[in-house]
Design a protein around this ligand. Structure first.
Ligand code: ADP
Ligand code: MG
Length: 710
């Protein structure tokens, strides 16, 4: 059946009509035949077995039995009535029970005729009973298409209210198979089918909806998952390749005096091998004539900043400007201070632009940007505003990607040099996205397949791994004692409260109560305490933060505003209150605030005794490992891909059957095959690949699966 036919509106399918079509649309997103065909079951009920009443176990399992109703009666109760039927086979008897729809059932049920019933069996008062069984006359049952494993489709309340039950859905799909004769165009090449011993598309679709047995079901699932992931990867890799061919970038062909002088005279430490490798990868991009789109992953403290600085020097050496955008003012500030210090004596000019920079200061910055006098601009979202105009922006760096949306990334694209662009538009700047929330490779491959990925997988030498422990609230006194010892040694301490929603009054109260009790236990003037939270004015926040950074205060009581990036090497203790309320990646980010100096650092996770099993797993993971990638893998398993990337990005992973986490192995093989294919035939022009080219184009046209093409 050709793909065009499958684009027929579902209302035209026999048994649907406009009413049901509307419900299918609103509840399941089913518009056309194709969507219905791709409505895959959530699970299957094994109806290959028939049970005898005499064999039933007290297990609450779903069973299928052949027998007859010999008697039916209505039983009146205080809370309404129920209909009870006596159901027998040659081995025993049981009850069938209905609480709803009694009138209809009473009128339609036939006595002493063989039925096949299906449902969950309960053991109650010495006998088995089955509430609201599915029932079918044995004669009908035998006539019907043999469905051994019954599919269970997604369902919603509205669907069942409108009478679109699982059985109805299954019937509609059967009808679809009748109309199409169950024959569907193949979507994978013979080469792939042969190499992976995949079953055909038609066979797979049939067996996903009407599996003949477990083995064929498994084959159908594998084939369809592979196909889905294969086309996902194909799309991402093709996009990346196309991008490199089409989008011209500024060519930074020289490693000039600034870079070399910095490397020889200003670098405050020896680069790690990982940093060297990543800089090499970036340099290769910058000299390739194509626009760079690179994601730099590196755990907290792995030293991404220096990589950013050296990349910016490459841009300036080649006559371009660069900018660095951070998600918060505090971070932008810290980058500004740190980078200015690094660049001292190099002649490179650098300014800060955030929302709170005064107009009088802004004006000269704007002017110097436009004249090209200013080399580097560091800031927050303020940098993205339209009125910020560069003379020739050659490189944009985004720190802490997870707070940035795709929209902002694209905004940077259009800040490229208006003068030296290719025909038909300005050349976009090279883009480097840095993230400290490691994304598991499998997820990165799917989400950012269109970006090139560099990883700093090594920490600078001499770092002592942070010691992490879990303590219950009842041990608070001991913990406070420990804090005092550390302060005695000249260290500083963070105490973080879970203000997940900055506006929630309850959380805010927790924080203030905590703060007051800390002030009591750590009296002035011996102890100085800072507090920072989201309800403070930016300038007050900055002032308090400053005091802590300068070492004027010993303890920083804060909410998660300090989560990202802040660097105070002398802080060696991180106390996280109500740690069970934080997600894993957040805990890891917070812990990353310590362990930045030469001293042994500690992270103490405080919780009450009441812990869910998932919270326990999170805490145990934190105690066991410091490795952000390992933590990210656990996080992915606990939460699934959607939650991790937030709704916006998870929308990109609108997978129908495959699961990025569970089908990791299939994903890898799909990526491998997609890569090989494009390497061998990048335009998909070889006759044997036409089938793939055709389906690929089909997908792009209808976009009903691949809606993440941006
Ligand atoms: P992150 O990757 O979290 O942004 P930073 O760039 O802030 O990490 O670096 C963390 C700390 O490590 C900084 O104090 C930085 O000066 C230091 N650092 C970075 N690279 C090295 C290195 N190769 N050797 C020693 N210290 C380094
Ligand atoms: Mg950083």
């Amino acid at each position: 059946m050709n793909a065009g036919f499958l684009q027929t509106p579902v209302a035209y399918l026999k048994g649907v009509g406009p009413n049901r079509a509307e419900t299918l649309q609103s509840e399941l997103g089913i518009y056309v035949y194709q969507d219905l065909l791709n409505l895959f079951p959530n699970r299957y009920i094994d109806k290959t077995q028939y049970y005898k009443i005499g064999q039933l176990q007290k297990s609450n399992a779903e069973v299928q039995i052949v027998g007859k109703i010999v008697h039916i009666k209505t039983v009146e109760q205080k809370r309404g009535s129920r209909l009870v039927a006596k159901f027998i086979d040659e081995t025993g008897e049981m009850e069938l029970v209905w609480f709803r729809g009694q009138k209809w059932i009473r009128e339609n049920l036939k006595l002493n005729v063989p039925y096949v019933i299906f449902g969950k069996c309960n053991w109650f008062n010495g006998s088995f009973s089955m509430p609201h069984p599915e029932m079918e006359l044995l004669s009908e049952h035998e006539k019907n298409l043999r469905i051994h494993m019954q599919p269970v489709y997604p369902s919603t309340e509205k669907l069942s209210n409108k009478g679109i039950t699982n059985r109805v859905l299954s019937k509609l799909i059967q009808q679809l198979f009748v109309e199409t004769k169950g024959s569907f165009e193949e979507t994978l090449s013979n080469k792939i089918l042969d190499e992976l011993k995949l079953i055909s598309k038609s066979e797979a679709l049939f067996n996903i909806h009407f599996p003949k047995n477990q083995e064929l079901l498994a084959k159908a699932q594998f084939r369809l998952k592979f196909e889905e992931l294969f086309y996902l990867q194909l799309q991402l890799i093709a996009k990346n390749m196309l991008h490199k061919q089409r989008i011209k970038g500024f060519n930074f062909d020289q490693v000039g005096p600034l870079f070399n002088d910095f490397y020889a005279n200003h670098l405050p430490f020896e680069l790690t091998d990982a940093q060297k490798r990543v800089i090499k990868e970036i340099r290769a991009d910058l000299g390739s004539n194509a626009q760079m789109n690179r994601l730099l992953q590196g755990d907290v403290g792995s030293g991404k900043t220096i990589v950013a600085v050296m990349t910016m020097l490459l841009a300036i050496d080649n006559g371009f400007q660069a900018c660095l955008v951070a998600p918060t003012e505090i971070l932008a500030n810290q980058h500004y201070i740190g980078i200015k210090e690094l660049l001292q004596g190099t002649g490179v000019t650098c300014e800060l632009l955030t929302g709170s920079v005064k107009k009088s200061v802004r004006k000269p910055i704007h002017e110097q940007l436009e004249s090209g006098e200013l080399h580097i601009l560091i800031g927050t979202h303020a940098v993205l505003e339209d009125k910020v105009v560069f003379k020739n922006l050659g490189l944009a760096i985004i720190d802490e990607q997870h707070r940035f949306g795709v929209a902002q990334r694209s905004k940077l694209w259009h800040k490229g040099s208006p003068n030296s662009g290719e025909v038909g538009g300005a050349t976009p700047p090279h883009i480097l996205v840095m993230t400290a929330t490691p994304i598991p490779r499998t997820l990165a491959m799917s989400l950012y397949g269109d970006l090139d990925i560099s990883v700093i997988d090594e920490l600078p030498p001499g770092r002592k791994p942070i010691k992490t422990v879990h303590r219950y609230d009842s041990n608070r006194l001991k913990v406070f004692h420990f804090i005092k010892e550390e302060i005695q040694k000249g260290r500083q301490v963070y105490i973080v409260y879970p203000l997940i929603q900055e506006s929630e009054a309850l959380d805010y109260k927790d924080l203030m109560d905590g703060y007051e009790s800390i002030v009591r236990d750590f009296p002035q003037p011996q102890y100085q305490i800072s507090i920072v939270h989201g309800q403070m004015k930016p300038e007050d926040k900055d002032y308090e933060m400053e005091r802590f950074v300068k070492g004027e205060t010993h303890i920083m009581v804060a909410t998660t505003v300090i989560e990202v990036g802040v660097n105070v090497p002398n802080a060696s203790v991180m106390i996280i209150e109500s740690a069970e309320r934080f997600g894993l990646s957040q805990l890891h980010q917070l812990r990353g605030r310590v362990g930045r100096g030469a001293d042994q650092s500690y992270c103490i996770l405080m919780t009450s005794y009441k812990l869910s099993s998932e919270a326990k797993t999170r805490l145990e993971t934190m105690v066991q490992t410091n490795d952000g990638f390992e933590i990210a893998e656990v996080d992915l398993k606990l939460r699934g891909a959607g939650d991790i990337m937030g709704t916006q990005q998870s929308g990109m992973l609108n997978l129908k059957i495959a699961d990025i986490v569970k089908d990791n192995t299939i994903l890898k093989s799909a990526r491998y095959f997609a890569m090989q294919l494009l390497k061998d035939d990048s335009t998909l022009e070889k006759p044997e690949n036409l089938v793939i080219r055709h389906f690929y184009a089909e997908l792009a046209k209808f976009k009903n699966i691949w809606n993440y093409i941006s």
